[in-house]
Design a protein around this ligand. Structure first.
Ligand code: SAM
Ligand code: SF4
Length: 349
């Protein structure tokens, strides 16, 4: 019987080591790492309570951020290494100047097969058509509540009507399937879980409920506000009855369910109560040019410095491969290790 590559790696089997010419880059545990999440900016037009602290948020000086040219070069090299799927995030990716041109340029890079985006949706009404025409395939929109006043409180000032207009434009532009991300925080929106899940009855969206993580600056929100997936699911089932589980790729962080008869689906993302590190297939590129190997661990590998030193493509490829190899097995939340070093908006969630 074939032994899965991950188990081979754990057993120290040399067949798990990437072979010369192999286009899929694997980490030291044999996990194929093919998905790059790119933070286009650490800036944002919102200040969500679970993402940024109320005061003292610092943004990187402009000269520390990757230029368009530097970013595209890194993506080109990463695609050569084997990163075929890209997700643009932030901060808020749509506030990056030239976001449409960046998507267009990335879509033309050989080896890039899929580009998606995670956004708060505020600027989508204006950008969705151009983004889709440029090569963006899919979109995740963050929406934690259906109530305009609550939305204003959770995001510290956002207008929910803009999000709905953005979602409508994204649908019209063919950016599908549409996924809505809701971070569940006790006392803010936990009572709205059934109503949010109810959106899937008539719409073919996926509503994803995310456990709040203790990133830098918001650990307190996690400590006082964490609602586990088990509780969220129980709240939904109390209203709609038992959910049907659907198949989903193991590398999808969401476990996917359906309310019987619903058009859309429900996803649960449970990094705290049921970590999915074993099937992690991603690393992140921060807006200031660091390869972040695990969302919740501070270990980062610099790539901006290498680009700015005039390094060859081969040297960049080697640095990316070495970073992938160094990817840790998993995060340390269960062991009480919370040294994440940065906030979510600075990493690219
Ligand atoms: N600004 C965009 C947005 O809000 O969709 C993209 C960046 S945001 C950091 C990416 C995702 O991370 C969003 O779905 C957001 O809700 C989620 N997020 C932010 N802080 C989080 C936290 N502490 N725990 C869990 N998810 C978080
Ligand atoms: Fe901005 Fe997204 Fe963070 Fe909200 S979750 S503050 S929209 S980066």
């Amino acid at each position: 019987m074939a032994v899965p590559v991950m188990q081979r790696a754990i057993a120290g089997d040399e067949r798990a080591v990437p072979r010369a010419g192999e286009r899929i880059t694997r980490d030291a545990y044999g996990r194929p790492i093919t998905y790059l999440r790119i933070s286009l900016t650490d800036r944002c037009n919102l200040r969500c309570v679970y993402c940024m602290p109320a005061h003292g948020m610092k943004f990187a000086p402009r000269e520390e951020l990757l230029t368009d040219e530097e970013l595209l070069r890194i993506v080109r090299v990463a695609a050569q290494v084997g990163f075929s799927r890209l997700r643009l995030t932030g901060g808020e990716p749509t506030v990056r100047p030239n976001v449409v041109e960046l998507v267009r340029a990335m879509a033309q890079i050989p080896g890039v097969e899929d580009i998606s985006m995670t956004t708060n949706g505020l600027l989508l009404e204006r950008l969705a058509y151009d983004l889709a025409a440029a090569g963006l395939k899919r979109i995740n929109v963050s929406l934690d509540t259906l109530d305009p006043q609550r939305y204003r409180i959770i995001t510290r000032g956002g207008r929910i009507e803009k999000v709905w207009a953005g979602i409508a434009a994204a649908e019209d532009a063919g950016l599908s399937p549409i996924k809505l991300n809701a971070v569940v925080v006790r006392g803010f929106n936990d009572d709205e879980v059934p109503a949010l899940a109810g959106l899937t009855l008539e719409r073919s969206w996926q509503v994803r409920f995310i456990e709040v993580m203790p990133l830098e600056g918001v650990a307190e929100v996690h400590d006082t506000g964490l609602v586990t997936t088990a509780e969220t699911r129980a709240r939904i089932e109390a209203v709609y009855g038992p959910l049907e589980q659907l198949e989903a790729p193991l590398s999808d962080p969401a476990r996917v369910y359906r309310i019987p008869g619903a058009k859309g689906t429900i996803g649960f993302i449970s990094p705290v109560s049921e970590p999915f590190c074993a099937f992690c297939n991603r690393i992140r590129l921060t807006a200031d040019g660091k390869l972040r190997l695990c969302l919740l661990r501070a270990d980062e590998v610099d790539i901006r410095g290498l680009v700015r030193s005039g390094a060859s493509d081969e040297a960049l490829m080697e640095r990316i491969r070495a970073a992938v190899w160094r990817k840790p097995w998993g995060h340390g939340l269960r062991e009480g290790d919370r040294r994440t070093g940065r906030g979510m908006s600075q990493i690219g969630g």
